[in-house]
Design a protein. Structure first.
Length: 118
């Protein structure tokens, strides 16, 4: 699971091609509830892949604010799956730091997106 920032505006909110010069800003390993949250957002934005894997999802300022709130209130969706493992409480600080860094990138004129490969 990855988050990237890029100077190039994605061509659409989901299922767009990543750029060669995009910068990784976060890496997660086996964080199923966060992945479930991103998957719900992907389909809410019209994502068309049968499997939420190896697809890109733009994260807007509002998306990140919503994620921050759901992290703080511990309301990420309970998610499980073959490769997922379990979400651990100690990941909260890391997740909140990611949101802050991603919001800063957007404020500086960059774009942020999420992708995964499992």
């Amino acid at each position: 699971m990855y988050a990237y920032k890029t100077k190039a505006k994605p061509t659409k909110e989901t299922d767009f091609k990543a750029g060669e010069n995009d910068t990784e800003i976060q890496y997660w390993r086996k964080h199923p509830n966060l992945h479930g949250w991103m998957e719900n957002l992907y389909y809410a934005k019209g994502g068309s892949s049968d499997s939420f894997n190896c697809v890109n999802l733009e994260l807007t300022f509002q998306d990140l604010k919503d994620l921050y709130e759901d992290l703080k209130t511990n309301t990420l969706p309970e998610t499980s799956g073959f490769f997922f493992g379990q979400t651990r409480p100690e990941e909260m600080e890391n997740d909140l730091n990611f949101v802050e860094e991603a919001l800063k990138a957007i404020e500086e004129g960059e774009y942020v997106y999420y992708s995964s490969w499992w």
